[in-house]
Design a protein around this ligand. Structure first.
Ligand SMILES: [Zn+2]
Length: 240
């Protein structure tokens, strides 16, 4: 047996053993996953309501959310966030259970859905919604950055991490629901880096509720770069 093959065999046995000792369970229903399932079992994947915005010819509810507030060249969310459903568990796992790779995985799925989109295929770089440094310290990673990494891998465009910085976080929002909280934060963003190399960027987020965070971030970016085209990509959109 060639060395590479035997190495693969060893890896397979290792994976099998690890799986036997620590079986991966579905984030949605906690049943054991088969080797072909990723993060969720088939049934739980099926229960997630996709938006299908990628095929919309008319403005979507997400487009309309920003009408009269800020202009985006294109907007996208992969699925609807629904309280008490699998979509909530998925986003919770991404934020709080150290499942950064889940973000990369879902980002990859999103990028694949938009591969032929006439507007999104012009996007040259991705800017993840920044996490407050304190949160990043506690959690260890920024979930939006993980999603952006997944998109970046499929589209082969860079993730810009240091250009935009969230400088202030209003503590008064802490009583709000964990998903509403971030969207409702009246954040102050400060543009640091030079974006003049780019004509079109996409801001990447995990879940959109009111859109306030994206609105304030986009306004700040536009003020510093008036001709910059901005699109947004989110994993989820809260159903209003
Ligand atoms: Zn399941």
């Amino acid at each position: 047996m060639p060395l590479a093959d035997s190495k693969n065999q060893i890896q397979l046995v290792k994976d099998g053993l690890i799986n036997l000792l620590f079986p991966e369970v579905c984030i949605g229903c906690e049943t054991e996953l088969s080797v072909r399932e990723n993060y969720l079992c088939y049934t739980c994947w099926e229960s997630i309501h996709l938006t299908y915005f990628e095929g919309f010819k008319e403005p979507s509810s997400l487009d309309k959310l920003f009408w009269g507030r800020v202009e985006f060249n294109a907007t996208y969310a992969l699925f609807y966030f629904e309280r008490g459903k699998v979509s909530q568990k998925l986003l919770h796992a991404l934020k709080y259970q150290f499942k950064g790779n889940l973000g990369v995985y879902l980002g990859g799925l999103t990028a694949t859905k938009l591969a032929d989109h006439p507007v999104f295929k012009e996007v040259q770089a991705l800017i993840p919604v920044p996490l407050h440094p304190k949160k990043a310290f506690i959690r260890g990673y920024n979930q939006s950055e993980k999603i952006a990494q997944g998109i970046s891998t499929v589209w082969k465009i860079p993730v810009i991490q240091q250009e935009v910085l969230k400088t202030k976080h209003t503590e008064s929002q802490t009583k709000k629901d964990q998903f509403q909280r971030w969207d409702n934060v009246s954040s102050i963003f400060k543009v640091k880096g030079d974006l003049s190399n780019y004509q079109h960027i996409a801001i990447v987020d995990d879940v959109i509720t009111t859109g306030a965070t994206l609105e304030s971030m986009a306004k700040e970016l536009k003020e510093a770069n008036p001709s910059l085209k901005i699109s947004i990509i989110s994993l989820a959109l809260a159903k209003s």
